[in-house]
Design a protein around this ligand. Structure first.
Ligand code: SAM
Length: 294
């Protein structure tokens, strides 16, 4: 007998236990990544709370899991929390899943867990795939220390502010982006980081058409000029002190040098031409930088 067998081993606690909420990871594409532990638990819990009962219903049906489902999403979190607490109080077990991946990570559930902690209920995570860490480990960029930003704000001003903060960050940064905003993001990254900055884009992780696009912002822009972004994307951006970053001289310093030259009587175009040549950055980038709203 396998000494690590989950059902038989005395080393593992029987589950599901009454009054416990389980946060359960599900595949981000490849159904083979659904763990036996997650499958067994979802089969046995009293109720599964999921973002979309139709989507999760189809997924669970493919494993012949017939557990009752309730919806749990951004718009009903407030009313669902007391209902879930009441289930747990009545010794039921509840599993939380999202459409894909690890719940809570850019998915609903944080408020629920925080509320359960405040009421002293037990919460156990059944780990599973997460696009952020999956993309990070195959990016080749430093993973000892990293930051996760999830989805960037949609409003231009807030996005730019955050991107400028990320540009100062020494750690590797992970971003989620939808296919129809990917080209916009790459243009913004070019303005803020310079086109030589290292990045890796993971497309369709764990799926049939999985691919990695990099190693720089420039090469990603060139790639997506030819091929329309389709599918799911996770973007890994190198920290500001990594080789290949043109932030050896920061964007702020570049802007300052241009302003100084202009206030000394140089025309904008001539100042930009000189600074671009001296620092090996594109003129387009410098124009965007000086026209960037603060
Ligand atoms: N909770 C999920 C997780 O653990 O990864 C993330 C949910 S978030 C709503 C969905 C975003 O994750 C997608 O828009 C995409 O940026 C990223 N993502 C999810 N699956 C992916 C995949 N197979 N390949 C690349 N990125 C993926």
């Amino acid at each position: 007998m396998n000494k690590f067998n989950n059902e038989d081993s005395k080393n593992f606690r029987p589950e599901p236990a009454p009054g416990v909420l389980y946060v359960v990871g599900t595949p981000i594409g490849n159904i083979g990544d659904f763990t036996p532990r997650a499958e067994s638990l979802l089969r046995k819990v009293s109720v599964i709370a999921c973002e979309d009962t139709r989507k999760s219903g189809l997924f669970l049906k493919s494993f012949d899991i017939k557990t009752s489902l309730i919806s749990f999403h951004a718009h009903n979190t407030k009313s669902r929390i007391p209902q879930i607490i009441s289930l747990l109080k009545n010794k039921k077990s509840v599993a939380l899943i999202s459409d894909a991946g690890l719940p809570i990570i850019s998915d609903p559930g944080e408020e629920l867990i925080s509320s359960l902690r405040n009421h002293n209920y037990e919460v156990i995570c059944i780990p599973g795939p997460c696009a952020a860490t999956t993309a990070l480990v195959c990016s080749g960029l430093p993973s000892k220390r990293f930051c996760f930003e999830g989805f960037l704000p949609r409003k231009a001003r807030e996005r730019l502010q955050l991107l400028n903060q990320i540009a100062k960050e020494k750690r590797t940064t992970i971003i989620y982006e939808s296919p129809h905003r990917l080209n916009r993001l790459l243009k913004e990254l070019e303005v803020v980081f310079g086109n030589n900055h290292k990045l890796q884009i993971s497309r369709e992780l764990t799926k049939r058409f999985e691919e990695q696009i990099g190693p720089t912002i420039k090469s990603a822009i060139e790639h997506f000029e030819k091929i329309k972004p389709q599918g799911e994307f996770t973007i890994i951006i190198a920290g500001s002190n990594q080789q290949g970053s043109n932030n050896a001289i920061s964007n702020e310093e570049l802007k300052e040098s241009i302003s100084k030259m202009i206030s000394n009587g140089e025309s904008t175009s001539s100042a930009i031409k000189k600074i671009a040549k001296e620092n090996g950055v594109s003129r387009r980038l410098l124009y965007s930088m000086i026209h960037q709203k603060k």
